[in-house]
Write a protein that binds this ligand. Sequence first.
Ligand code: AMP
Length: 489
Amino acid sequence: MSFSNLGLSPEVLKAIEDAGYVEPTPIQQEAIPYVLMTRDVLGCAQTGTGKTASFTLPMIDILSSGRAKARMPRSLILTPTRELATQIAENFEIYGKYNKLTMALLIGGVSMEEQTKKLDRGVDVLIATPGRLLDHFERGRILLNDIKVLVIDEADRMLDMGFIPDVEKIVSRLPKIRQTLFFSATMPPEIRRLSDAFLMNPKEVTVAPQSRPAAETVTQMLTVINPREKREALRRIIKQEHVETAIIFCNRKRDVDILDKSLRKHGFNAAGLHGDMDQASRSETLERFKDRKINFLVASDVAARGIDIDDLPVVFNFDVPLHSEDYIHRIGRTGRAGREGRAFSLASPADGVLVQAIESLLGNPIQRLEIEGLNTQPLEQTDDKSSNRTRRRAGHSRNQKKATGKVQSGRKQEQNGPNSRNPGKSRRVHSSDDKNPNEGESKSPWRDEERPRRRRKRSRGENDKDPENAVVGMGDHMPDFLKKPARPQ
Ligand code: AMP
């Protein structure tokens, strides 16, 4: 199948040829003709499958006739993160180079004034994160009643980040007659409910069956190791497996900093990327990584979300992700567009239930990797009680949210302040339009008092100046007062 069979215009075909694409990917083959027919599309696809081009290419043709009025964009693409929004904008520039569409990017962390000026001039394609779009809307700087095409990208991640109430609010302001394209890597019940509400008679396109969603092109390996030896294990794997460049995922922002420092101390060319960095430094770090000026990018989930780097050969999970779907997203950074990739995960023995959840989502056990010079360990077996508790960490909190119906919107949480505690209402707190509540302390669905002691101790130790020698617990050093015999009553 060639791109010329899909019904795209000569301008778009020429841009595709310039981009060096020879053949449409399966999602492009399936979705593009329907998008061109102005049908609604429900796409179940991971990143790396070419899904961005499956909506940007036909949208360029749909929007090529007609002109936008001031403050009234003609299409809207909602994405959960700034990085993903920026990447989609880059895609529009590449594929739309022979068309004269105007585009605006509304993301947090950059000046609103520039964005307003662009809106005033009229935009054909508006790419936005939900929080920043609502800010503009509430200040009266944008009208949404001329939107003809709506794209919701990475809907499952919107759900994770608490953006669904914002998305619903935005969609309620759009014209009822419009075309809607809805993409999600996974289809949990909450996402199904949304797609039913937003789409009319959609064409469903699934490129990775839910039972085996991980990119088939990624060789996955897992090492179970004493948590104190994880940094050493990482360094050894890098050498043993001849890894030259990789993204290394951590669950928490502060661990990103610690690991980044540790790697640099050991002579690796590394840099950190997380949601607390300002937008300029995030973009600069990403550019340096893309240009191969940095070899190891230590990143939190949200910062790395949607990052599209050609030829990224390896992904590390320095921590096992708390939600099994995040594992799929993380390893999806490699093995893209049919290329081979490798994913190495470091688990500690206590991560047994998290690993189980991932393996059951994959439908396969992950191959175990031995590390030269280090002793690997078995995963801990958990009893029913603790496994229920840990299962909540392993991604089942979404259903709980649905059951309680008490999820706060990202913006509401913002208004309450990042430190607001409302345990009965929401377990997720975040403070900016695209900051992931899953980053940092709030990543865990547990409240602080529920957080496992093991993790607290490790964190405290890792705040020490030398992360490599951080004290992580009492270990063998039992204080003398504990050894005193009890006084007779
Ligand atoms: P996406 O799934 O949209 O994040 O795309 C993943 C990567 O595949 C990006 O680097 C695209 O540039 C690339 N890509 C998209 N479509 C094609 C294609 N038909 N042939 C080759 N590469 C593609």
